[in-house]
Design a protein around this ligand. Structure first.
Ligand SMILES: *Cc1c(COP(=O)(O)O)cnc(C)c1O
Length: 415
């Protein structure tokens, strides 16, 4: 039977259920509360029947977005949050308890690194290892290990974890395998294919794509057997065990902690998601062209990009990601004598701005901004040089981007 592709499916997913008034876009629902003619109905929803009660726990708008993300990831269900960090915090705090152990890649987003510090303060044992080597993850396991966490492509060093190797270790040991898919998005990689139990996506990045809405999502891939997981509360050990993990994340993480995605950003993200594949292809082709151009440039000492054959995990990236695509993020170390601030200030198209996954190209001095708080020692461990520029490559016309980098490098070199 014919199966529709990624973009067709996402574009038409709203109409898999009847849409009010025949509206082509799923209408937005800003209502805080939901009414029932018969109070028994209200009680039934509180007691587990599907339906809406109070918007902190979800609305038709967030539900429609969640269905879209579930389709994109090939999962069994999704819970959305106000931001990606809220989604990660919900996973860790609802699935781990004091005395449990977590193994994480040490090449991770700075704020996630800080969140792991908070978990450690609360009594969760945290070990970070170089997850490009699955052997290091295996060696770090303890009897109390419950969860393994990694990102797909790390930012800004672009290291690629041994995602398949970690998946095998987690399956062997019955560990929850959490993959942050933000840098790849489900268009380049479905973490379910490498054995992930849960997938986190920051919807603020490529999925929303236009830099005007924040959101996060946790998707269950259906691969983990929650019936054997010790930390599921009695109240959520009801119905099919396949749903227990996400139910606990939704009840304890979303309802109780309250970082709910509002209807307006949920709607914007759902619209953005329709063009994910188109944008992502352009981000990737622009990034590859820019990486090749900069690699040969006199003003550049080193380019970190998985699409370059010299990248340490180039072969792994080629095997894991959609063919010919290596993501939209570059790390660029400038040649000695070129001041990174001077270079950035000469860029005309590329914006000096944090964030990534925007349609516009963005650049920042990584050590002085997003990695400033962690200090020089941890930066050195993570391989973040003082002159490292992080570039989130946008969807501009390729020649304009190459020209902008070239003129800024030349201008900064001649100072
Ligand atoms: C941005 C980002 C997050 C956090 O997402 P927010 O939506 O900004 O909270 C988490 N992980 C990665 C890899 C990110 O790039």
């Amino acid at each position: 039977m014919h199966q529709n592709g990624f973009t067709t499916t996402i574009l038409h997913s709203d109409r898999s259920q009847s849409v009010e008034h025949g509206a082509v876009h799923k209408p937005m629902h800003p209502s805080s509360e939901y009414v029932y003619e018969d109070a028994h109905e209200l009680a039934a929803v509180f007691q587990g029947r599907s339906g809406f009660t109070y918007a902190r726990q979800g609305t038709p708008t967030t539900t429609a977005l969640e269905a879209r993300i579930t389709k994109m990831e090939g999962g069994t269900g999704t819970v959305s949050f106000a931001t990606g960090m809220a989604a990660l915090a919900a996973i860790f705090t609802t699935l781990l308890r004091r005395g449990d152990h977590l193994v994480s890649s040490h090449f991770i987003f700075g704020n996630t690194n800080s969140l792991l510090g908070t978990l450690a303060d609360l009594g969760v044992e945290v070990t970070t290892v170089d997850a490009t080597d699955a052997g290091q993850v295996r060696a770090a396991l303890r009897p109390n290990t419950r969860l393994v966490f990694t990102e797909t492509i790390a930012n800004p060093g672009t290291q690629i974890a041994d995602l398949v190797g970690l998946g095998e270790i987690c399956r062997e040991h019955g560990l929850v395998y959490v993959v942050d898919n933000t840098l790849t998005s489900p268009w380049l990689l479905r973490p379910r294919d490498v054995g992930a139990s849960l997938v986190m996506n920051s919807l603020s990045k490529y999925i929303g794509g236009h830099g005007h809405a924040l959101g996060g999502a946790v998707t269950d891939t259906g691969l983990f057997d929650w019936s054997g997981y010790a930390n599921i509360a009695e109240a959520y050990r009801k119905g099919a065990p396949a749903g227990w993990g996400l139910t606990q994340i939704k009840k304890k993480g979303l309802r109780d902690m309250g970082a709910t995605l509002a209807a307006e950003p949920a709607h914007r993200i759902a619209v953005g998601a329709e063009t994910l594949a188109l944008r992502m292809d352009r981000h990737c082709s622009n990034a590859l062209a820019l990486a090749r151009f900069l690699q040969g440039h006199a003003g550049v000492a080193k380019v970190h990009y998985p699409g370059l054959p010299c990248h340490p995990q180039h072969a792994r990236a080629a095997a894991l990601l959609r063919p010919g695509r290596f993501g939209g993020l570059l790390g660029v170390e400038l040649a000695a004598g070129i001041d990174c601030f001077d270079f950035l200030n000469h860029l005309r198209i590329v914006l000096n701005a944090t964030h990534l996954g925007d349609t516009r190209s963005l650049a920042l001095p990584a050590a002085h901004t997003i990695y400033y708080e962690m200090g020089p020692q941890r930066r050195a461990e993570m391989g973040i040089a003082d002159s490292l520029i992080r570039v989130s490559v946008g969807i501009e016309d390729e020649t304009d981007l190459l020209h902008d980098f070239d003129q800024a490098l030349v201008a900064a070199a001649s100072r």
